[in-house]
Design a protein. Structure first.
Length: 745
């Protein structure tokens, strides 16, 4: 890990808070290894009460401890920071080379030398006086003023500015993040997706794919948790551990084959005041597909959103219950096996094994059926099931995860998760793994997905926020007693969508999935608002339909006009038929956007919207609100758009919002334009999509109509900060603060 020198001005508030909380115990204390810091010339000699300025390999042992973090000087000559004595968070990288460790006032730095006395690792400091192990698992050196001059980290923090933290799979390696101790946010939003089960492909001798059989998709879970010190809150300073599931492998051989199941994805946390871990969310992994060489094709089962795993195909292995593994399919020699659960894998000792548990050892079942818990065990995730004697990492082994996927053989393996899915029986696919949400959740969305030919690993997104919403009402802006309503709570394809008196019932609750821009029904989150036959003509019916990943189901809420746009044609909006915003039972349809019509204006809980767009002038970045978007050379076509100090008298940063165009307020023949190089500039207005923008009130981003998955983004300036002369360009939308803007007077 790269070492960095920092002065006190670069310390984050959260690190300073940790300094205050750390407790230093003098060397005269009888508890030799409870100390969290030491000073130069005072390296403890492990096993004694003596200190020294230099340790040899023969004097290996624990030097510092802070909570579950420990600093160890090892007999192999390596200096390592451990978490729970097993998960190394940092090392000097001197294993097999180091001979002595010194922390001497003569050098003012931490050093490791080899057997010849040559320095092979150093902290590159000359003024260090104190070595401190922080509870965030960082090792730091401080000078005599208490200023940080070196650190081992950085340790990962949930972003203090509300940027989303995205965690993709990285093999069998969990992530750890810390909730900042001084966070200003009230809520932690979590998004977790389990890994997909393996898909099946048969290829021709030429290498061409003859056919593909879909794997079962992992489940999607979204939940919101409160941050605080109450009994049902996540305290600041807590460590959040993330275990991301791996997808089941694709099997391409030309005989009878079942594919392995995908691993579950789990999120846990540990409070700063105790050593126990608590499960927040688990998203089940999908079951593996099956096919013979050429005729029988059976897709894997999707993961489920309940806590009991899905049964394997053809009445195969039973799904796990309450955190246990899924059963095997048939008992013949080549069955698919079940996925692992949160707490248990298959203990049978037979020739075939289900996936391993996600949190092995946390729960032990007693002979009377009761459980003994040990929640201080570090959750590490579990490997996928594998037949005895088979290659450990062959294409039959299930995916690693919070509950490993089941082995795939002549039947598909079950998905891992909170409870494992059952293995398929007699040439059938595996069942999907199960999911879990802690009862602490303030708001939860669970989505059972389908099957896919584009199988993928699981993923996690964490975000600190002050918006206390996961699902929303969609109300008329000028008559908030009327809501968009799923008629009769129906879930059949084509069910009608209308306006109706607001009731608060689930059929009037909608989830805006920012990952794919769908609007999903809370009656059944596998159902989306949909354009009939993908038609964008005036009067096209808006209906409920199976979510199918098509553009006919993608929408953007425009916070400037409180309109909801179809991204098939961004000039078309949600419209209450017959121009009515006051009566119930009015059909919802698509129509040309008319920004002054009340029957197209909608209010959405938690979304950002302006009160009067005609008064709005400034586009202000959320991450630096003393600046505004500015035309570098004023009213000149081709002028670059960048940040400048916000000034109400500067006409080069005053804008006029005209439909989807953003025009210079005093020169309305000039528009903000997307150049061919993806830069943002001022250009002569021409009515093309390159000059059309949607202010997304759900994410505070400015999306391009050319591609609504692309957003304006503020870049660091030449001083390495977001401020004067920061350029504005366009990038993939990612929800970060660099892509968030306020529209102000």
């Amino acid at each position: 890990m790269k070492n960095t020198n920092r002065n006190v001005g670069s310390l984050s508030r959260s690190i300073r808070t940790f300094f205050i909380l750390l407790v230093s115990i003098s060397m005269t204390d009888a508890t030799l290894y409870a100390q969290s810091e030491l000073t130069v010339n005072n390296l403890p000699i492990p096993g004694t009460s003596n200190v020294t300025s230099m340790l040899t390999k023969a004097q290996a042992g624990t030097l510092l401890e802070n909570g579950r973090a420990s600093l160890k000087w090892q007999s192999d000559g390596n200096l390592v920071v451990y978490f729970y004595d097993q998960d190394d968070k940092w090392s000097s990288g001197t294993s097999g080379k180091g001979s002595t460790l010194s922390f001497s006032s003569n050098d003012g730095e931490l050093q490791i030398k080899d057997g010849n006395g040559s320095v092979i690792w150093r902290s590159n400091t000359n003024s260090a006086k104190t070595l401190k192990l922080q509870s965030d698992r960082n090792l730091v050196l401080l000078n005599s003023f208490g200023q940080e001059v070196w650190r081992s980290g950085p340790s990962r923090y949930l972003d203090a500015n509300g940027y989303p933290v995205v965690c993709e799979s990285r093999g069998n390696d969990p992530y750890d993040y810390t909730v900042p101790s001084d966070t200003r946010f009230q809520y932690l939003n979590v998004y977790a997706r389990g890994a997909d089960g393996g898909k099946r492909q048969v290829k021709e001798s030429t290498g061409a794919t003859r056919f593909t059989v879909n794997g079962g998709e992992g489940a999607t879970i979204m939940a919101q948790f409160s941050i605080g010190t109450g009994s049902n809150q996540i305290p600041p300073g807590s460590v959040v551990r993330i275990i991301v599931g791996l997808k089941g492998a694709t099997r391409t051989n030309q005989n009878t084959s079942g594919c392995p199941g995908g691993g579950g994805t789990g999120i846990l946390y540990s409070k700063p005041t105790d050593d126990e871990w608590h499960l927040l969310v688990a998203a089940g992994g999908g079951g593996g597909a099956y096919s013979d060489c050429c005729s029988v094709k059976r897709a894997g089962h999707a993961a489920v959103t309940g806590t009991s795993g899905d049964q394997g195909g053809n009445s195969g292995g039973a799904g796990g219950i309450d955190g246990s593994y899924g059963g095997d399919g048939s008992q013949h020699d080549n069955t698919g096996t079940g996925g692992g659960g949160a707490y248990e894998g298959d203990p049978s000792g037979s020739d075939w094994y289900s996936g391993a548990p996600g949190w092995e050892g946390a729960r032990t079942q007693n002979s009377n059926g009761s459980y003994t818990w040990n929640k201080t065990i570090l959750p590490m995730g579990g490997t996928g099931g594998i037949a005895v004697g088979e290659t450990a990492w062959g294409d039959t082994r299930g995916g690693y995860g919070f509950g490993g996927g089941g082995d795939g053989n002549t039947s598909g393996g079950g998905g891992g998760g909170y409870s494992g899915g059952g293995g398929g029986k007699d040439y059938y696919p595996g069942g999907g793994g199960a999911s879990f949400v802690n009862a602490m959740s303030l708001s939860t969305v669970k989505i059972q997905n389908n099957t896919t030919s584009s199988t993928r690993d699981g993923s996690v997104v964490l975000r600190l926020t002050n918006i206390a919403k996961v699902s929303n009402n969609i109300k008329f802006a000028y008559n908030t007693s009327k809501c968009i309503d799923d008629y009769g709570s129906g879930t059949s394809n084509g069910n009608n969508i209308q306006t109706y008196t607001c009731t608060g019932n689930p059929n009037q609750q909608w989830f805006f999935n920012l990952e794919d821009r769908t609007i999903r029904s809370m009656v059944n989150t596998a159902k989306c608002l949909d354009l009939d036959h993908s038609n964008t003509g005036n009067g096209t019916n808006i209906q409920l339909w199976d979510c199918n990943n098509t553009e006919a189901q993608r929408w953007v809420y425009n916070g400037l006009y409180k309109t909801i746009h179809s991204t098939l044609n961004c000039d078309k909006c949600f419209d209450a038929a017959n121009g009515s915003a006051s009566t119930a039972n009015v059909n919802l349809q698509l129509w040309d956007c008319q920004y002054t019509n009340n029957n197209q204006k909608w209010e959405i809980d938690g979304a950002t919207a302006v009160s009067n767009v005609s008064n709005m002038k400034h586009i202000v970045p959320v991450l630096s609100t003393s600046f505004a978007l500015h035309s570098h050379t004023g009213a000149e076509s081709g002028s670059n758009i960048q940040l400048w100090t916000k000034d109400n008298t500067n006409t080069a940063e005053q804008w006029y919002f005209d439909g989807l165009a953003i025009k210079m307020r005093d020169h309305q023949n000039l528009c903000i334009d997307l150049s061919q190089s993806n830069n943002i500039q001022l250009y002569n207005c021409n009515g093309t999509n390159a000059q059309k923008w949607l202010y997304d009130g759900m994410t505070q981003s400015i999306r391009s109509v050319v591609n609504p998955d692309k957003c304006m983004q503020i870049e660091l300036n030449t001083d390495g900060v977001y401020g004067k002369r920061s350029n504005v360009d366009i990038q993939d939308c990612n929800g970060s603060e660099a892509q968030q803007f306020l529209i102000q007077e």
